[in-house]
Design a protein around this ligand. Structure first.
Ligand SMILES: O=P(O)(O)OC[C@H]1O[C@H](OP(=O)(O)OP(=O)(O)O)[C@H](O)[C@@H]1O
Ligand code: HPA
Ligand SMILES: [Mg+2]
Length: 179
């Protein structure tokens, strides 16, 4: 285990099992809808790559980069679009793929934007959900795991851009971000 990790919250195999389940559910929901599956960079890239391989239906992918955490562990509250979509969402069924819903600020801004752009439908799938930290009234349409109020890394999630490549979800030792 990485020396900066206090404990493993979700193992590689627990995550894999859940993603397989979510993929099946989503394939059933979006069959014949040719959804536009949007990966919210960077954190969701690992989850997205696994999820779409369990969605056995025609679909398209696009990417958007937004950032609200900078290099800290608290949302700045400002959601910056660093890279916009290549495709139009107008009249498309859109599935937004996220690694985590925490304060909810990122996803509430994104969903609002996609609705404003006249998507036919907008739904959110998140691997992790931290309901205790919510600052806005939003909940995911599909979620892998509810987790406690701890700062987690791995499987795409970072602290100051590190740890995204860990194959599990772990809790960072507090001394790593307080030193
Ligand atoms: O619910 P919220 O409090 O808004 O937090 C969730 C968002 O924060 C993280 O992104 P971040 O801004 O760190 O960018 P990253 O994906 O590039 O790490 C995460 O990937 C979500 O997009
Ligand atoms: O717990 C977290 N870890 C990493 N990135 C995050 N962005 C929101 N919450 C988190
Ligand atoms: Mg981040």
């Amino acid at each position: 285990m990485n020396q900066d990790i206090e404990k493993i919250l979700l193992s590689e195999s627990e995550i894999a099992g859940k993603i397989q389940e979510l993929g099946k559910t989503l394939a059933a929901e979006y069959r014949d809808k040719n959804p536009l599956v949007i990966c919210v960079l960077k954190g969701a890239v690992v989850f997205m790559a696994d999820l779409i391989r369990h969605m056995d239906i025609p679909c398209e992918m696009d990417f958007m980069a937004v950032s609200s955490y900078g290099s800290g562990t608290e949302s700045t509250g400002m959601v910056k679009i660093l890279k916009d979509l290549d495709s139009s969402v107008q009249n498309r069924h859109v599935l937004v793929v996220e690694d985590i819903m925490d304060s909810g600020l990122t996803l509430s801004r994104l969903v609002e934007l996609l609705r404003h752009r006249e998507a036919a439908s907008v739904k959110v799938v998140t691997l992790l959900n931290k309901p205790e930290r919510r600052k806005v009234d939003i909940s995911p349409d599909y979620s892998g795991f509810d987790i406690p109020d701890e700062f987690v890394v791995g499987f795409g999630l970072d602290y100051a851009e590190h740890y995204r490549n860990l194959p599990y979800i772990g809790v960072l030792k507090p001394e790593v971000y307080t030193k």
